[in-house]
Design a protein around this ligand. Structure first.
Ligand code: MG
Ligand code: ZN
Length: 298
């Protein structure tokens, strides 16, 4: 029994469980949470500043969990734009994990928020591997970085629900093709969307506001249909992760099959010798068509 639990623990790693708890809390509150990831300087904070101002006109209240190695500079900018923010300084860690985000959430007035962002540590590699309990992964790629970043950092783009090409007003000065970016993304993740905008000029910004509204509507639908969390990292909001009929989305269904799989595996490992002996007997009996026990009759 202990070994079953141990294997089970390793499948649902500690971080994924903490993330699932956070997401369940977001779902219960009907609070949409979006994880923003990119390399440093792609424009996550600038995107947030304009988003806060645009949505502020519609009295949408926004909270941000800020992740940075050092300094409170980004949180100060967010607060300056009119939202609530809590800065996590990760020190050595180049990504946020679910426990760090939880600290941020404990320090934000979640009851008073309509929308929450996690601004992850600027890094195109490991933030993608840590579920932080948000509903959607949004990856920013700025025009000066080049469209070749998509095939170069496949894990990040595979996990995206939306890719935002930022600083698009600079496009004529760089060798960046939106079409090439779209086709590279489609190879890795055909269900991820791609939009291009410029947070400084406001060009293309309405598509981003629309994406947020769509996600918000999806969250309502998910809550209404009673679809619960997946125990294994899955985003319940995106079509990619709603690929199963709704009955299969229940927590019970998933836990049941994970446990069943482990039990069958352990049973097999424990009785492997008997299984091979049985196969050996069968081989002699069926293929050679003379039972091995006949030898003793001679
Ligand atoms: Mg920033
Ligand atoms: Zn990291």
């Amino acid at each position: 029994m202990k070994s079953t639990v141990e294997v089970f623990e390793s499948i649902l790693s500690k971080n994924d469980k903490a993330a699932a708890k956070i997401r369940a809390d977001f779902n219960a509150r009907g609070l949409l949470a979006i994880n923003l990831m990119s390399s440093p300087g792609a424009g996550k904070t600038t995107l947030l500043e304009r988003t806060i101002k645009e949505l502020g006109k519609k009295s949408v209240k926004i909270g941000v969990v800020e992740g940075d190695l050092e300094t409170n500079k980004d949180a100060d900018r967010i607060i300056g734009a009119g939202a609530k923010a809590y800065q996590i300084t990760t020190g050595q860690s180049c990504h946020l994990d679910a426990d760090m985000v939880k600290v941020g959430l404990d320090n934000l007035p979640l009851d008073k928020l309509d929308l929450l962002f996690v601004e992850n540590v600027g890094n195109l590699v490991c933030p993608a591997s840590y579920d932080v309990g948000t509903h959607a992964n949004v990856v920013l790629l700025s025009v000066p970085e080049g469209d070749d970043k998509i095939p170069k950092y496949p894990v990040m783009f595979r996990r995206s629900d939306l890719v935002i090409i930022t600083k698009v007003s600079l496009i004529e000065h760089f060798d960046f093709s939106i079409e090439r970016a779209k086709s590279e993304l489609a190879k890795l993740n055909p269900l991820s969307k791609l939009i291009a905008l410029d947070s400084k000029t406001g060009e293309g910004f309405e598509a981003w506001i629309e994406f947020i509204a769509e996600q918000k509507a999806l969250l309502k639908k998910v809550n209404f249909s009673g679809i619960l969390e997946f125990p294994i990292k899955r985003n319940p909001l995106t079509p990619r992760k709603l690929e199963f009929p709704s009955a299969r989305n229940s927590r019970f269904y998933n836990y049941f099959f994970v446990v069943l799989k482990i039990k069958v595996k352990l049973l097999f490992q424990r009785h492997i010798n008997f299984i091979f002996y049985f196969i050996f007997l069968l081989y002699n009996f069926v293929l050679k068509s003379n039972c091995i026990f006949e030898k003793y009759d001679e």
